[in-house]
Ligand binder design. Sequence first.
Ligand SMILES: [Zn+2]
Length: 456
Amino acid sequence: MRINKLILITVDSLRADHLSCYGYHKLTSPNIDELARRSCVFYKCFSTSCFTYPSLISLHTSLYPSMWSPSINHIVPTIAVLLSKLGFTTIGIHSNPFLLRSPIPQGFELFIDILQGKILKHKVRKRNESKHRKAWKITFNEKLRRIEKYIKGSRILYRPLAFIYSYLVLTRGGDKANGESIVNYVLELFEKINEPFFIWMHFMDVHYRYNPPDDYLKEVHGKSISTLKRAWLYSKMKFAKLSESEKEAIVSLYDGAIRYVDKQIGSLVKFLKEHGVLNTTYLIITSDHGEEFGEHGDYGHFKPKLYNELLHVPLIIYGPGISTNEIRCTTSLIDLAPTILDLLGIKKATFMLGRSLKPIMEGVEEDRPAISEIKDLISYQDNRYKLIVNIKTGHKELYDLENDPREQNPITSSKLVKDYEEKVKKYLLMRSNMRKILFRESVRSRIKTLKLSRNV
Ligand SMILES: [Zn+2]
């Protein structure tokens, strides 16, 4: 039986090791755990970058972030572009204004930004930035976001202003739509969605300025934290030194947010089950990147870094015909787009660099090194070692992931460093060749279109 329904769930900033099914000591994800027990779970999956925008572009195109540029959109399709051409109903639901400026809306018949309970619909036929900008309603919170951008430059002013800003945002229920409104939107729409379909849901609840309802926080923290205290903590997260109890409170707020989003995913699964759709639908849960809690000196995901607290993401694939499996080899989200297409019986697009994970899911043991990048940093990791290189300064750090999984003590063996440096060099060569090819193809296809339109 050919399955033609797929729901992709990405939870922004969700690091894998804070899910109980990935071994976390608190019960943060009972509903995801339940699904994971019946799924193929990738225990060592890494994102291609540490920020939302590059990581999600990569996830949707199967290109490394630095290979993409707006000029190649017309030759590099996203998953949604390919599926919509094949007759799939494609729906994207999120609450992240930055996504409107990415190539991701392409191919989605309906791309919905849910913010503060207001639903902004964009019927996206082709990418048109100015249209998106016009469509983007400037809400109170968006104005505040702009003020924050301005005050980031001043550390003296930053703390008091960030406190006021955070307090105002939190008292208004956060600056992103909550998971419940995203799930409710899908449930209301569900009856009207024609098969085959591809639905992408992007949750922002676990993103910085985590604001879980008290009930969920109490589940993981035992007590509530007032809005005033939350605002105080968030004003300290970027530059200030945090005490142990402050660290614990911030991590608990993050965990409470996971507990909350887990409940929403549970509601979605329950709905699919009750409507008899769960057994005929693929459900994939992953994230765009992680979050750091002082492991390498900072909090959140504000600075470009490639340590695994920022790269290690969950990947859970559930669906008919997918056997329960625990995958312990290294994998990368670069492979997710080809995997989604393969599950739906579709060949990947020419420029997709990843390979389907289906053989691994079916038992083939294969370690696929994960490459990640942000600005001048590149990391290359396999099951044992990881090298992080700054290609501008030449600074290198090599870690033995088996004995030092938290990447605290770089090893100095010059032989090993050299070996891994060679692997990064190979990637850099491939990256530069790929950029040339993409650029050439992009120009060629533009000329072709030009000639065609002249002929017409
Ligand atoms: Zn993100």
